[in-house]
Design a protein around this ligand. Structure first.
Ligand code: ADP
Ligand code: MG
Length: 460
């Protein structure tokens, strides 16, 4: 069942009924006032002005049938409770995005059905599955009923924040389960659990977290969670511990063919919502590259970018933890205010760096693939691929690339991504990316910074 109008393919699970899936109590009066005002949390800084511009553009995009942010329905029509609607409006959500509008009615209808959902980065997948978890709970039962897993600590923390924001007008309880977030032997009684697979598996095994009442199991970044050895094994182990045959919900911006097959076994008879391959690349992100003569020239070019351009916030991706540390050390020695984050750091260090970056205490974050997925910081307008992401065989990892650049250009915003090339191999790999996504990656000079600045100003 494909819908030629908006480019989203909808495949209903075999057992899906023909009937409309929801009968909402249509409430013509929004529960709370829509939110342009709400966003003005700070004084009259530049931040507000840019937020305002974004709001205007956002409305345009949400009215454009070709935009992934388009919807014909309101949140009221999606059948959510008044308390959840209030939470959504307080967060500044006025209208659902396309994936929310399409997925939510299927996700919250009864009997519960599995879902495999795919849409571009920054189009609001989180709210789709968080609202589903919040809707599925029996409020009188004080035990875990929903488990959501994410591939990194940082993403799990971000999702639990969304859960808590959205549910703040309800009595729903939630708990983050990542390394060091629980006291030893502390029993987990919260209704919604968000965590990383290793820690969640461990606390279930130790019987700290009862799973008898779990009725929904969500994997964010599902292709990643089901693919690689570690995460995949653990997600499967956890699923096998959930004896109450929960609804299984998988979301990602990417589902490469080999994972999709497995996903359909992991979530049998799922409703599927997916985008055409060519719609995956986000056109709000301008993709550029700079041609450097050597590794050292590449480093100098990186510093020049920050000396000469005024970017709000940016993320630099490198291939290894030690290269992230090394670049951060050199940039700091030259007076740049930067942070670095990778998997070898202690949990509390990682939390501190992430919190500081979110609060804008430093503007440049140097990291590895650990932050390539899911992180949502609207102020990030530039992503730099200092090294291109490669898979274990040394080939370009197209999915990782798409997720990395998707850290900018979120929910209707524009962004820039730059690949720094320093040899023939990396140049060829850049060309492969161009071909794979059928999108031009434009050359920017490394010796004409006025031209570079002009290109930037036009985009951001
Ligand atoms: P995805 O998981 O699809 O990459 P996210 O769920 O992280 O995207 O959402 C991207 C951003 O869009 C977030 O900052 C989120 O708060 C915002 N957002 C999501 N849905 C809406 C909506 N309906 N209205 C306004 N903003 C939204
Ligand atoms: Mg996401």
């Amino acid at each position: 069942m494909s819908d030629p109008i908006d480019g989203i393919t909808l495949r209903l699970g075999d057992l899906a009924t023909e009937k409309p899936v929801l009968t909402p109590d249509i409430n013509p009066e929004p529960v709370a006032q829509a939110p342009v005002e709400e966003k003005k949390e700070e004084d009259d800084s530049n931040l507000i002005q840019s937020t305002h511009v974004v709001q205007v553009k956002l409305a345009d995009q949400q009215a454009d049938p070709n935009s992934p942010l388009f919807s014909v329905k309101s949140f009221e029509e999606l059948g959510l409770s008044p308390e959840l609607l209030k939470g959504l409006y307080a967060m500044g959500f006025t209208k659902p995005s396309k994936i929310q509008e399409r997925a939510l009615p299927l996700l919250i209808s009864d009997p519960p059905r599995n879902m495999i959902g795919q849409s571009q980065s920054g189009t609001g997948k989180t709210a789709a599955f968080v609202l589903t978890m919040l809707t599925r709970l029996h409020l009188g039962v004080n035990a875990p009923q929903a488990i959501c897993l994410a591939p990194s600590r940082e993403l799990a923390r971000q999702i639990i924040d969304v859960v808590q924001e959205m549910s703040k007008f309800t009595s729903i309880t939630s708990k983050l389960v990542v390394k060091d977030s629980l006291k030893r032997n502390e029993p987990v009684q919260a209704q919604i659990i968000v965590g990383t697979p290793g820690t969640v598996a461990e606390v279930i095994k130790r019987r700290q977290l009862p799973v008898k009442a779990v009725k929904i199991f969500v994997l964010d970044e599902a292709d990643n969670m089901l693919d690689q050895d570690g995460l995949g094994d653990q997600s499967i182990r956890i699923k096998n511990m959930l004896t109450g045959s929960p609804q299984i919900v998988l979301f990602s911006a990417t589902f490469p063919e080999h994972v999709r097959k497995f996903a359909t076994r992991f979530a049998p008879e799922a409703n599927e919502i997916s985008l055409k391959r060519e719609d995956l690349s986000v056109d709000a992100i301008k993709q550029l590259y700079m041609d450097c003569d050597s590794e050292e020239h590449k480093y100098e070019t990186l510093c020049n970018i920050y000396d000469l351009l005024t970017v709000s916030q940016s993320i630099i991706f490198c291939k290894r933890r030690d290269s992230a540390d090394e670049i951060a050390r050199r940039m700091r020695a030259q007076g740049h205010l930067v942070g670095s984050l990778h998997g070898k750091m202690l949990p509390e260090e990682r939390d501190q760096v992430m919190d500081d970056f979110r609060r804008g205490i430093f503007k440049v974050l140097i990291t590895t693939n650990v932050l390539s997925r899911g992180i949502d910081i609207s102020q990030v307008s530039l992503v730099i691929n200092y090294d291109l992401p490669l898979d274990q065989r040394g080939q370009v990892d197209f999915e990782a690339y798409l997720h990395r650049i998707g850290r900018t250009g979120r929910f209707g915003r524009t962004g820039v991504s730059i690949i720094l090339i320093d040899n023939k191999k990396s140049w060829e790999q850049m060309r492969e990316i161009e071909t794979h996504f059928s999108r031009e990656i434009a050359l920017v000079p490394t010796d004409d910074w006025q031209a570079v600045e002009k290109i930037f100003k036009e985009i951001i």
